[in-house]
Ligand binder design. Structure first.
Ligand code: ADP
Length: 547
């Protein structure tokens, strides 16, 4: 017997309709210019109006169901309108990270066969750089008023349109088409940290279910009374779903544009009263150093969601001490829409701001309802949740990938639809996951695994060390051994021996890196992760002496 309840498709247009109806007056603030006070304000009612005008304009430009529309844009109200306008008409919003290499951007535009490019004014040089490698240069809509458009682009035959003119010429009466909830809504490429970028094609349904989960208290857990700042870019897995979750709850949104330096973020947080923010570890590391150096406090800020790469215990502790801000560790992937787990408390687990809380935050978190997670051994056998047995992390669920875009039938998931994340770690008896490495970054010394992440975490807990990366280098006897590369804190002193002695008693003797090299900087990927494959290349011929 079937239930007798209504069934409505889970589509993105329902979010914008909802927020327009229930929270029309709520604000979206965007930092727009060089000066801290350069801010643009819009309400959700106006945002919805502009998203519909964009939809009408897309129709005029012959963009319809399934067509890919690429964006090269920062976190702004216009990008938000595009998220709703493009997906709302049944087209696919293809967000591109402008910090990637030109060849990668060109590869993505070519593979996606984008029919239109929506580009922030200051990112037009990216289009110019990639244009020669494109199979076909689509029309370009510049996200600016007509009078700010350049007279011409050096790119041959570039057809430049003004976004504001397109909207002004459109009627706001556009009605969202009825879509199947399985329709593709967004396309996002993996950052290619460990190989060629691959497209992940999200459906409206997956995004909506992810939105419901993101709004749970143990996930992002913000509501209509909150002021939320996604620092994580909208081109980085849809800013972790915050643009959708914000509409689902009707919170105030604060969008930092391209101004992600610590002083700019501080100004926005303080002046707009931000109490929840989300972003990658490097952003928060810079911010907390700025707070320490300037003695700035963030009175409104309550929680910062931090993910994308491991969060050091020191970061969590420093935020608590300098700003009374609770840092919450989260874990996800492009292939997981992206949030899979958040480190929220259970009854009986450590509470903020105890030392035990800081320690627990080293773990990436517990699975959200909607995501199954397990660790397996090399033969695929499920491993115990004991917090010590390490294995390959697999997931499946409502917002987990089934197949990569244009890679159908390549076995992205196994017969039971488990997706291998490429991460290695443990799950404890309470369900908290600890990632110890990515498969490709692992160090196998004499047949035993060493966790590079744990060694890095320890290194940055040394007062003289600001950043650390541990990579495997070749060793004649042990096959691989860990090499520690680190950047010192400004004007701090420490020797190789100091750092090695610091590991004594904290890890097994054979885990201690064989060597320490002090470097001026470490390479990071376009999404802010340590670029370890690059480091491995650089140190491929490094010779370990001793041992
Ligand atoms: P890419 O896979 O191209 O680096 P993603 O942004 O999808 O791009 O990165 C997903 C990966 O990032 C995960 O598989 C994991 O290795 C890493 N990651 C994400 N969040 C965390 C975290 N909190 N701690 C450790 N690693 C993380």
């Amino acid at each position: 017997m079937l239930g007798l309840m209504q069934e409505h498709p889970l589509v993105i247009s329902s979010l914008i309709d909802f927020v327009e109806r229930e929270h029309p007056e709520q604000e979206i603030v965007t930092r727009t210019g060089e000066r801290s006070e350069d801010r643009h304000r819009i309400t959700y009612a106006e945002l919805a109006d502009r998203a519909r005008r964009l939809a009408a304009a897309l129709h005029r430009l012959d963009i319809g169901l399934g067509d890919r529309v690429a964006t090269l844009a920062w976190n702004t109200h216009r990008h938000l309108e595009i998220f709703y306008g493009v997906s709302g008409v049944g087209a696919v919003c293809h967000t591109i990270n402008p910090r990637l290499f030109a060849e990668q951007v060109a590869f993505m535009i070519n593979e996606a066969e984008d029919k239109l490019l929506l580009v922030d004014l200051d990112l037009l040089p990216v289009v110019e750089a990639v244009a020669p490698a494109l199979n076909h240069l689509p029309p370009i809509v510049v996200l600016a008023p007509q009078d700010q458009l350049p007279a011409s682009l050096p790119v041959a035959s570039a057809n430049l349109l003004s976004y504001e003119t397109l909207l002004a010429e459109s009627a706001p009466s556009f009605a969202w088409p009825a879509l199947d909830e399985r329709t593709a809504a967004v396309l996002c490429y993996t950052s290619g940290t460990t190989g060629k970028p691959k497209g992940v094609l999200y459906s409206h349904r997956a995004i909506l279910l992810h939105t419901y989960a993101a709004c749970m208290k143990d996930a992002l857990g913000f509501g209509a009374a909150d002021t939320v700042m996604p620092v994580v870019p909208m081109f980085h897995v849809m800013a972790w779903g915050i643009p959708y979750a914000a509409a689902a709850v009707g919170c105030k949104l604060v969008l930092p544009g391209r101004y992600l330096d610590a002083p700019s973020l501080c100004d926005l947080i303080i002046e707009e009263g931000v109490n929840f923010a989300a972003g990658v570890s490097t952003i928060w590391l810079n911010l907390v150093h700025h707070l320490e150096a300037t003695g700035t406090r963030l009175p409104s800020m309550e929680r910062i969601l931090c993910g994308g790469s491991p969060v050091a215990r020191t970061t969590v502790q420093e935020f608590a001490e300098h700003a009374d801000v609770k840092v919450v560790h989260a874990w996800g992937m492009t292939e997981l829409s992206p949030i899979a787990g958040v480190n929220s408390p259970k009854r009986g687990t450590a509470r903020y701001p105890s030392p035990a809380y800081f320690e627990l935050q080293k773990k990436q978190g517990r699975a959200l309802f909607g995501i199954d997670i397990k660790t397996v051994d090399e033969a695929g056998r499920m491993l115990p949740r004991d917090g010590t047995t390490s294995g390959f992390i697999k997931t499946r669920g409502h917002w987990v990938i089934e197949e990569y875009f244009r890679h159908a039938g390549e076995g992205t998931v196994d017969a039971d639809r488990w997706f291998d994340t490429g991460d290695v770690g443990t799950i404890d008896e309470h369900g908290y996951l600890l990632i110890t490495d990515r498969t490709k970054d692992m160090i196998k010394s004499g047949g035993e695994w060493i966790s590079s992440i744990e060694l890095e975490n320890l290194a940055v807990s040394h007062p003289a060390i600001a950043e650390a990366a541990v990579i495997a280098v070749k060793h004649p006897r042990w096959v691989e051994r860990p090499l520690l590369l680190c950047v010192k804190q400004p004007s701090a002193e420490a020797s190789r021996e100091d750092i090695l002695a610091f590991y004594d008693g904290k890890v097994a003797k054979w885990w201690i890196p064989d060597d320490v090299l002090f470097v001026d900087s470490l390479p990071y990927t376009a999404t802010g992760k340590l670029f370890k494959s690059e480091l491995r290349k650089q140190y491929a011929d490094y010779e370990i002496t001793g041992r």
